[in-house]
Design a protein around this ligand. Structure first.
Ligand SMILES: [Zn+2]
Length: 96
């Protein structure tokens, strides 16, 4: 089987199988807490709708990219209906 081309910082989630163009994009799709002592593991992947709401989008290769990357590579292609300044600000002020 020919797997995806995982070069550079690209990674694939072993839980949901989605591709991510960077570690930060990957980190943003995992939410919840790891199980502590006797705790419950609520760690999970965001759904596609949740990823889109979080400002991520898929690039031409089908890998999820963050808003910061989007500004550099996708802004010109998407034009005025693409993500705007709100998403870019969110990305730069995000938890990463
Ligand atoms: Zn996942």
């Amino acid at each position: 089987m020919a797997g995806p081309n995982l070069t550079g910082r690209r990674c694939q989630c072993t839980a949901c199988g989605d591709l991510f163009n960077s570690e930060s994009a990957f980190d943003r799709h995992r939410v919840g807490d790891f199980a502590g002592l006797g705790g419950i593991n609520t760690r999970r992947c965001l759904t596609t709708a949740e990823l889109l709401a979080a400002g991520l989008s898929r690039n031409g290769a089908g890998a999820w990219i963050t808003g910061v990357f989007l500004r550099v590579t996708e802004a010109h292609k998407q034009g005025p209906q693409g993500v705007g300044a709100t998403t870019i600000a969110e990305a730069t002020n995000g938890p990463f």
